[in-house]
Design a protein around this ligand. Structure first.
Ligand code: AR6
Length: 174
């Protein structure tokens, strides 16, 4: 099945989807930007789960380009999928690493049986990537996975963008 891909402007914490993807850092212990917003909206249960994931699965932190799921605390979603985008300020400029955030998050969503997932513009904030490059990488990665039949249960991917500029960049790819 082909994944339906949408782009909307809004706050991702308000999304009514099965899984919300978080642009986290490797500590999984919260931060600013969309990560901070998700932790604030989800409440302390999310941080507690992230601490457990660190202890049990990723004692050295989640590597860049990988993804891991937790419950979603007080959010309407069922799961939060945490991924770590490449940080341009630390010389991480390989688009394959950014594409991996999207495809790995999709694989985690499919393994959970999620039918819908919302993504932010991973790495387009604190991590310093141009939103146009994030948009083309993100849409290309999701389309590619879908065309290869790798999207499993995921029928809808919604990119939720904070600014009109980010929305325009994603719409240009759709
Ligand atoms: N809903 C949707 N998008 C949002 C929201 C929101 N509530 N809040 C911000 N954005 P960033 P990164 C947009 O910086 O570049 C954190 O401290 C924002 O406008 O959140 O991957 C982490 O802990 C931008 O377009 O993530 C890491 O340390 C996009 O989300 C680091 O920042 C991503 O911006 C990760 O940096």
């Amino acid at each position: 099945m082909t994944v339906r891909i949408e782009a909307v402007q809004g706050d991702i914490t308000a999304e009514q989807v099965d899984a919300i993807v978080n642009a986290a850092n490797s500590s999984l212990l919260g931060g600013g930007g969309v990560d901070g917003a998700i932790h604030r909206a989800a409440g302390p249960a999310l941080l507690a789960e992230c601490r457990r994931v660190r202890q049990e699965e990723y004692p050295d932190g989640l590597p860049t380009g990988r993804a891991v799921a937790t419950g979603a605390g007080d959010l309407a979603a069922r799961w939060v999928i945490h991924t770590v985008g490449p940080d341009r300020h630390r010389g991480q400029t390989d688009p394959a690493l950014l594409a991996s955030c999207f495809t790995e998050s999709m694989r985690v969503a499919a393994a959970l049986g999620a039918s819908s997932a919302a993504f932010p513009a991973i790495s387009a904030g604190v991590y310093g990537w141009d939103v146009e490059e994030v948009a083309s990488t993100a849409v290309g990665a999701v389309r590619g996975l879908s065309d290869d039949g790798g999207a499993g249960s995921v029928e809808l991917v919604r990119f939720v963008l904070f600014s009109p500029d980010a929305l325009a960049a994603f719409e240009a790819q759709l």
